[in-house]
Structures are given as C-alpha cells and as structure tokens.
Ligand binder design. Structure first.
Ligand SMILES: Cc1cc2nc3c(=O)[nH]c(=O)nc-3n(C[C@H](O)[C@H](O)[C@H](O)COP(=O)(O)O)c2cc1C
Length: 249
C-alpha cells in the first residue's frame, strides 16, 4: 500500500504509478479511514508527499504517527519537491523507519514568494526529467533496493529541524488569500481543498479556517486564476499535474 498526500497532483501521480508497477494500491490519506487500515500482510508500505518547508507536510507526519507498520514490510518514501528537500526523508524516517527513500524534482506549485522557482518552460523540462527519474525509482523500489537518494541542499538540518516548525506554526495562515472579480463561483477551490478550509458563500470562496495546509490547490486549480495569496502570485504561472507530457499543458 502507498499512502499519499498531494495538493496539486505531483505526489499523487507518483504514488499511483509506483503502486501500479509494484501491484499495490495508492491511498489518499485525506480520504482514508484510519480505523480501516490493516497493514499486517503488506509487502510494501510506501509514502509519497510534497516537501513543504524542507519537511513532510505536517498532516502526513500526523498520519504516519497513527498507523502501525509491520517490521517485515519494505518501507519507502518518495518526496516530490521543486528545488531542495532538506532532511525531509530522514525526519520522516524518525516516525516510520524507512528502508529506502527518493526525491523526485517536479514543477513548483508555490508561486507566492518573492522569487520565481519555475516558469511554464522550466516546469516542462522538469516533467520530462521526472518521467525518467520515476522509471528508475519504481524499478529500485520493486527490487527492494535499500538506498536513499534525494537532493538535500545547503543547511538541510537547520531548514528541516528549525524552519519547518516555524512554517507549520506561523506561515500557514489563510488570511493572505484574496479573490478577484474574475471568480466565477464554480466551487472547484472548495472541492479541492484537503483542509476543508474553504466554503462558497454568496458565490465566492471564503476561508473559514485560520490555518490550512497551504497546499496551493485552490490557487493553482482555479480555472480563471482568480485566487491569489499575498502580493507575489498575481500573474505568475499556475501549475497542477496534468500528465508528464508537455502537450497536456
Ligand atoms: C507550502 C509549500 C512549501 C514548499 N516547500 C518546498 C521546499 O521546501 N523545497 C522544495 O524544493 N519545494 C517546496 N515546495 C514545492 C513542492 O514541494 C512541489 O511543487 C511538489 O511537487 C508539489 O507536490 P503536489 O503537487 O503533490 O502537491 C513547496 C510547496 C508548497 C505548497
């Protein structure tokens, strides 16, 4: 079984493809009923997730804390990220000891800071590389190779162990979301929000929780780009996974 969390589809696509390759199931942790999860006879137990502030999303860590994995299972994690992952996998392994872990560089879905990580063009290049990388990774997982291979970047320890807690405590605020008059009231943002933080009121999204996962699903899936966060996202490239081929974008 492979458990995944995904805001904009990268980690979901990776989970589904590996699951298909090794003959198991990909399960969305947001939809899963924890009481129905029985892993005693699972040969593989995997986790895929985006890296958020150099760590696994808090919701994924909390999920991992609640499940029981047998010692005989081949445990692995595959994180997706746009730049560097810090010690996300090592940190995750403190909860579920991993036998292997990989990083796959994917397009950035976080256009809300003052620096641009990806444009449409760089995203297409990343998808092409990710396609090849995924083929290698799934093969290694199928063969149960015990390996860790992820681009950690500089200051990995500080970023993961000191910055990620700040992100979870202080940065995941919904107050900075705003909606333009372009909004057509389709409700896709509400349906896509894994934190259930959005409610359509009078035909427009309203953030009804103070914090969310900051997964960027609402902003990236909006069909008319009416959702922004803070002052940097306006007009920047919106991304969600539509397949590895650039013809889809
Ligand atoms: C809140 C947030 C924090 C992020 N932090 C990082 C990071 O620390 N390092 C990085 O390389 N990418 C970072 N990213 C980019 C995502 O990890 C990347 O685009 C990922 O593949 C998205 O996966 P998803 O489509 O499954 O949600 C961040 C994205 C978000 C939304």
């Amino acid at each position: 079984m492979i458990f995944y969390f995904s805001g904009t589809g990268n980690s979901k696509a990776i989970a589904e493809e590996i699951a298909n390759y090794i003959g198991t199931e990909a399960v969305d942790i947001i939809a899963a009923d924890i009481n129905q999860i029985h892993l005693e006879n699972e040969e593989y137990v995997g986790f895929t997730f985006p890296v958020y502030a150099w760590a696994a999303p808090e919701v994924m860590l909390q999920f991992a804390e609640k499940i029981k994995v047998s010692e005989t299972a081949f445990t692995f994690a595959v994180c997706t990220f746009s730049n560097v992952a810090g010690m996300a996998l090592q940190h995750f392994s403190e909860i579920i000891p991993l036998k292997s872990g990989y990083g796959i560089v994917m397009p950035d879905n976080y256009p809300i800071t003052d620096h641009i990580i990806d444009t449409k063009e760089s995203s297409m290049v990343k998808l092409e590389e990710a396609r090849k990388r995924l083929d290698q990774v799934k093969e290694k997982i199928a063969k149960k190779e015990e390996e860790f291979d992820v681009k950690m970047g500089e200051d990995a320890k500080t970023r993961t162990y000191e910055m990620a807690p700040v992100f979870n405590r202080e940065w995941r605020k919904t107050a900075a979301y705003h909606v333009s008059d372009e909004c057509i009231g389709c409700g896709l943002c509400e349906r896509k929000c894994p934190a259930k933080a959005i409610e359509i009121q009078d035909g427009k999204p309203v953030w009804i929780k103070e914090d969310c996962y900051l997964c960027m699903a609402c902003l990236n899936y909006c069909p008319v780009e009416a959702i922004d966060y803070g002052k940097y996202s306006k007009g920047r490239f919106r991304y969600f996974f539509k397949g590895f081929s650039k013809e889809n974008y």
